[in-house]
Design a protein around this ligand. Sequence first.
Ligand SMILES: Cc1cc2nc3c(=O)[nH]c(=O)nc-3n(C[C@H](O)[C@H](O)[C@H](O)COP(=O)(O)OP(=O)(O)OC[C@H]3O[C@@H](n4cnc5c(N)ncnc54)[C@H](O)[C@@H]3O)c2cc1C
Length: 475
Amino acid sequence: MRATAAVVGSGPNGLGAAVVLARAGLEVVVHEAAPTPGGAARSAPLLGPGTVVDLGAAVHPFGAASPLLRALDLGRHGLEWLHPPVVAAHPLDDGPAGLLHRSLARTAEELGPDGRAWTALHRGVAERWEDVAETALGPLLRRPRHPAALASFGLRAPWPAAATARALFRTERARGLFAGSAAHAVLPPGHVLTSAFGTLFGAAAHTTGWPVARGGSQAVADALVAELAAHGGRVVTDSPVTDLRQVRPADVVLLDLTPRQVLALGGLDLPPRYRRALARWRHGPGAHKVDLLLDGPVPWRDPRVGRAGTVHLGGTLAEIGAAAAQVRAGRLPERPFVLVAQQGAADPSRAPAGRHVLWAYAHVPHGCADPAAGERVLGQLERFAPGVRDRVLARVDTPPARLEAWNPNLVGGDVGGGALDGLQQVFRPAVQADPYATGVPGVWLCSSSTPPGGGVHAMAGAHAAARALRELARR
Ligand SMILES: Cc1cc2nc3c(=O)[nH]c(=O)nc-3n(C[C@H](O)[C@H](O)[C@H](O)COP(=O)(O)OP(=O)(O)OC[C@H]3O[C@@H](n4cnc5c(N)ncnc54)[C@H](O)[C@@H]3O)c2cc1C
């Protein structure tokens, strides 16, 4: 008889785990509480007919670099990465925006006096990108298979991004561009190891890129569901699992859940030490999302910003640091750090002709319910694109509580499955050799609360599934 597997949650990690298990010959059923699969990689016509809005993830540096997604060749199931003409833009109040291009040489050239330092910081990592991606998207605690890949980050990797930016760059443009890339980790630029994140995101831009998925991020989830079906697996939607006994007849169970949800599951007798570790798990800041339908392109003061797939609205390095410090102190900044995605720069299918869909979210305090948050996002947009308010035809705000109601893994609006600071950078979710083991035989954790953390890469699912298969083979 075929061994059976149940996966709880159909986010990218749950689906990635399911695909790995199904391809190994197991009979796999994924239970998803929501009416549609995909977790935080879903899309919908939120802003009216003909619009495609990414309800969670929008831009896919991790997806394009993911060893699992690449090996699965998901193009067979309709997944197509589309690259915008400019990877990312970092506008400032004065002067031209900093632009991140696929070409390292062009990026450096436009950064003028900081070009040489930008190249020196990113070239080594970009040159070893395949090995770097495999290492960065692996469980960090194993003996590195590619020590040279880790070494390519250089001695500055543990430094705070702010210290690296001040030491290496003279212009606010280069400093802001680097700090903006590092801010994707939702950590203040003064935090240790944020240099490594900045360099990682920069090198990703110069290699596999930061693409969007044609037709919406849902295409990533749909392709994984199709691959699962091709190997006999299936997803059951509207199927919340509240007690492990609902799925326990399966030989292995993988949980695409955060620690808090695991603790709430009935019928799961966790070892006390692991239970205590899960109870100590800390979540990061929240996201306040704003989706806009515009009647024309965004009137960026620097028009080149309109060609970028991603835009960082944070201003100078000092300002990004100050906003992050306020968020950590539980206060909504007057000028929050805002990530904007302009999927239409790469994928014209996102809005009806003549219309533009703009996706944005601000870093706000965990669980922030301040009604001013949406207006602060608009304020940051207006600051770098005067007149944008007059172009707004429709607007939908999704504050942290609504994000969590939509997907219970987004605790307090935390998009990364748990803070990425302190011990949680390496030990996710507990200090133990195997991050995916729950201590209950046959039950594994596979969400972004395990390594390598947040992002649409499905690698936590892949690693957890590999452990489950090894254990099954030993039984
Ligand atoms: C607003 C936002 C923007 C983001 N932007 C990006 C981006 O641009 N690029 C990027 O790479 N990443 C981005 N992310 C992060 C990325 O989407 C997540 O890290 C990723 O989706 C995590 O995958 P996962 O499988 O671990 O969990 P999730 O995608 O959160 O999926 C978990 C699933 O489990 C289901 N579930 C929960 N409890 C139960 C239960 N009891 N029973 C059954 N099902 C259950 C949920 O309904 C959900 O479908 C963003 C996230 C958000 C919210």
